[in-house]
Design a protein around this ligand. Sequence first.
Ligand SMILES: [Zn+2]
Length: 128
Amino acid sequence: MRYVEIKRLPDGSGRVRVHWIVPDQNGPLLTSTSAVPSDQGIKLTPGIRVRIACLPRQDTFSELTSDNGVKLTLRSDDPRAVTCPECQKTSEYQAARRLIEEINQAASVPEGVNEEAADLASVNKDRG
Ligand SMILES: [Zn+2]
């Protein structure tokens, strides 16, 4: 009988280890081709070359074990989904998290702007 081996975090929380995959033209891994719906119908996106941030030489996402099991490397290209502490320590990962934080801050409306917009709208309505 086959089994699947998935690594958990060493912190005892029971959470699984999700690595971060980084686009890299010379990366040892190729993501799979996927079909994505678009305005022009189904669009095929080709796989891209990547590497695992903390295991840059690993060249497979899954491997057979000697006793007929399968070892899976769980991974994500979204830094917010990553749980692997070693991936999180890389400078590239930390730069990606800072970028997400900047985008989130830029997307939020500064305090007071909504009140100014409401005042402006009421002035324009009075001119009406
Ligand atoms: Zn990792």
